[in-house]
Write a protein that binds this ligand. Structure first.
Ligand code: BDP
Length: 488
């Protein structure tokens, strides 16, 4: 049905749509979590810092895209490349030798992790500060745990904390440590407890050097059990021995690699029960240690995404739905992963060109297909998922209101919130390829409508309207589109 609908012209599609009435009830008496002002974020490989002109005040095109996405977002710097970067304080500094606890492995088809190592320099960190000032964003800064030592981590942290000042939210020491057995440690003995021992040594060295340093962890790829283990370990520490944990963090890729038969829009647009399950475990861990929780790296499909899946309008609807579901589960924020082709290819063991970077008719340069902002012909282009995030930015600062939503046979979801001024926000995400849905607004009819739309689920584009006045008491949300009603 998906392909058939997508093949029709927009006019015929509108004609083919069957109207279905959905029921929406708002529970305004049971307010949910408040969506932080900096809920929306992006994630990049920290290897991008090896080009100090990337996150730099002179990179106006990128700054403009960040600002247009969110006035106060969060840039997370991490990814697999954070465990092969080394701190180079002076031009003459030499790359230090591998610490003795590292058991280097090269996963099949990849380059040796150390062949992809690179230096982080003071210039790159200074430019990053100016970039963050220009965007009014803050950052989560990744520090090497896989192939470094606590002492080196502390040396880098001193400079980073001093230079980034209030632009630094917290340090993330180690990326996806639940996967270290593939590259840096003995798989047979590597556990959440071993990881926590190593993490704690690094965190203690950092906080001894940087009083007030904050941390996010465990930043796992997929194993929610690790959050439970680390929360228990942290809670068992005496208060004075406890590093300041700001956020419990994890990653989420809907599927992967691109060859996975699950990587279809049909699957992506269903509700994934894993999201609620991971949210529950993560939330419990965060409560235990008095921290917030954040999805710090994720997207539709790991290994760079899949063309026709990660880079089309269907992925924008998925983004809007996924991000709002995290908001309703009380997450502090979401960082969708992306960036330049080289950085992502390096994060995957230098697999270029390969499955990751298939030729894209639209982009002359290789790029990850899931990236929110693509670099095409020297320009920074907002991709469909970017518009999914921008849609959700409307909820920043609002308090979620639980809803009962019965869309009947239509594949649609709904979310509601109240702004500090008391005005109600309602979002309806109609992920159905063919059927539109109609909602009667609960007693509020004057407001502004924002539409997230594209010619089809498979279109390589998305549009988010600027807002149009409405007085209608019903919301008609066409197939394959989303809408926000803002009471005012
Ligand atoms: C994650 C890694 C990141 C990769 C991404 C991917 O943290 O560095 O770029 O997967 O596979 O697991 O696309």
């Amino acid at each position: 049905a998906l392909t058939a609908a997508a093949a029709l012209t927009p006019n015929l599609r509108a004609f083919a749509q069957t109207a279905a009435t959905a029921k929406l009830t708002l529970h305004t008496d049971q307010p949910g979590p408040t969506v932080p002002e900096d809920f929306i974020g992006l994630s990049y490989e920290i290897q991008q810092l090896s080009d100090p002109s990337f996150f730099a005040p002179s990179n106006h095109g990128l700054i403009a895209q960040f600002r247009a996405l969110a006035p106060h977002g969060v840039l997370r710097l991490g990814g697999n490349t954070s465990d092969v970067g080394w701190w180079k304080p002076t031009p003459n500094s030499k790359q230090p030798p591998l610490p003795s606890n590292v058991i280097l492995r090269t996963p099949p088809g990849e380059q040796s992790p150390m062949a992809l190592s690179y230096a982080v320099t003071p210039e790159a960190v200074r430019n990053l500060r100016a970039f963050l000032d220009a965007t009014d964003w803050t950052t989560l800064f990744g520090i090497n745990l896989g192939t470094s030592t606590p002492q080196r981590a502390a040396e880098e942290a001193i400079f980073v904390a001093k230079t980034l000042g209030p632009r630094l939210e917290f340090f993330q020491v180690g990326n996806e440590p639940d996967g270290f057995g593939r590259r840096f440690r003995d798989k047979a003995t590597w556990t959440a407890d071993r990881y926590f021992d190593e993490w704690l040594a690094a965190a203690n060295a950092i906080r001894a050097a940087v009083p007030g340093a904050k941390f996010g962890l465990p930043d796992t790829a997929g194993n929610p059990h690790w959050s439970t283990v680390i929360a228990d370990r942290i809670a068992a520490l005496a208060p004075q021995d406890r590093p300041n944990v700001a956020d419990v963090t994890h990653h989420y890729y809907f599927t992967g690699p691109p060859s996975n038969p699950k990587a279809t829009l049909d699957q992506l647009l269903k509700t994934d029960p894993r999201v609620a399950k991971v949210a529950e475990t993560t939330r419990a861990a965060a409560i235990k240690v008095g921290a917030k929780y954040r999805m710090t790296e994720g997207n539709s499909c790991y290994r760079g995404g899949k063309p026709g899946f990660s880079d089309v309008f269907g992925a924008a609807l998925w983004t809007a739905d996924y991000a709002l579901s995290l908001a309703s589960f009380g997450y502090a924020g979401i960082n969708l992963h992306g960036g330049s082709g080289k950085a992502v290819a390096d994060s995957l063991g230098g697999t270029l060109p390969g499955e990751l970077l298939m030729p894209d008719p639209k982009a002359p340069h290789p790029r990850p297909f899931y990236t929110p902002i693509a670099e095409i012909d020297g320009k920074y282009v907002a991709e469909p998922v970017y518009f999914g995030l921008k849609f959700v930015q409307h909820f920043a600062g609002a308090t979620m209101v639980p809803v009962d939503f019965d869309p009947g046979a239509v594949n649609a979801t709904a979310y509601a919130a109240k702004l500090p001024n008391g005005h109600t926000l309602i979002a309806v995400i109609n992920k159905d390829a063919t059927q539109s849905t109609e909602i009667t607004l609960p007693g509020r009819s004057k407001g502004t409508l924002y539409r997230l739309s594209a010619p089809s689920l498979t279109a390589h584009e998305a549009n988010l309207s600027n807002g149009e006045r409405t007085k209608s008491s019903t919301l008609n949300v066409p197939a394959a589109s989303a809408m926000i009603f803002l009471e005012n």
